[in-house]
Design a protein around this ligand. Sequence first.
Ligand code: NAP
Length: 333
Amino acid sequence: MAYIKLGNSDLEVSEISFGAWAIGGWMWGGTDEAAALRALEAAIDMGITSIDTAAVYGFGLSEEIVGKAIQGKRDKVQIMTKYGLRWDDTRGEFYFATKRNDGAPANIHIYAGKESIIRECEDSLRRLNTDYIDLYQQHWPDGTTPVEESMEALGQLIKQGKVRVAGGSNYSAEDMARAQTVVPQASNQVAYSMVKRGIEDEIVPYCIEHNIGIVVYSPMQRGILSGKIKPGHTFKPGDSRPDTPYYKKENIKRINDFLDNIKPVADGKGISLAQLVIRWTLQRPGISTVLVGIRNEEQLKENAVAMEFALSQEEMDTINKQLDELEILMDLS
Ligand SMILES: NC(=O)c1ccc[n+]([C@@H]2O[C@H](COP(=O)([O-])OP(=O)(O)OC[C@H]3O[C@@H](n4cnc5c(N)ncnc54)[C@H](OP(=O)(O)O)[C@@H]3O)[C@@H](O)[C@H]2O)c1
């Protein structure tokens, strides 16, 4: 297992991190808590010591499960969590209407006012059953609160020892630059996968130039890049994936055709597509750690192997050439 320092900070994280959104169940068709706990415990034992969660994942449930898994192991793990998506407050910007795991309606608001962050931090510490958060990230930029105000809260929490380092998520280069004027930014957590490469234009060059870590989310585009989602796949009720462009029939077909074309690279190395996809992501310029969403021990064991091999430049080029020919249609209904 390789560990790296996140950006300019002293926070050392594992190259592959445990993404704990799905284990909260919300937007993923429910959760199996016992399976999630086994996966988290096995991940820590295998050296995947960095765990990414958020207050909003399962409306606190993901943080609670992570809190149970880290008991007695706190000094071995790095907890990365997020604030700024409120389901119990109507301030800030309305983001979207959703349903909780039990079907009750909820409205998500983006809000990162100073005192709201301080309160959210206390709530997260309680759910995580810890007295500090390693990386505290703003989940989404809040158009109603200047990022400088949000960072004042982070400065205070860092001084109090409740947070080690600050980071953003879904930040633009401008958000990062403004946040940096108040509190050093260890990282920006952003969407990146073989089929979603928008960060390569502006975010990656900015982060490399300013030594800000890039924490990648959804590297398997929520599972489809593992090759297991075929046309006609049935999702559980409450799973939001079919509503996204990547899971529309035509794109499922295109992605699977692309996966068939890169499969010889995986076969040649005796690895699975999921392992190939995670490794490709990790080896792209500027990437610090890849958050892999893991629901159970089986997925954990498969995905963790991506830390044990490297892709040659020739193998990367072969994949990139196939990617040049892949077009995802974004306007399918
Ligand atoms: N900051 C943000 O705005 C933001 C947004 C999204 C995610 N994130 C973070 O990033 C993490 C990872 O993103 P993600 O969960 O969207 O994406 P992902 O890693 O692209 O996909 C994870 C999902 O793929 C399936 N999967 C995982 N390993 C597999 C394997 N070996 N074979 C087949 N299927 C496999 C699982 O779902 P099934 O078993 O249900 O198919 C799993 O939940 C999240 O957990 C969260 O911590 C952050």
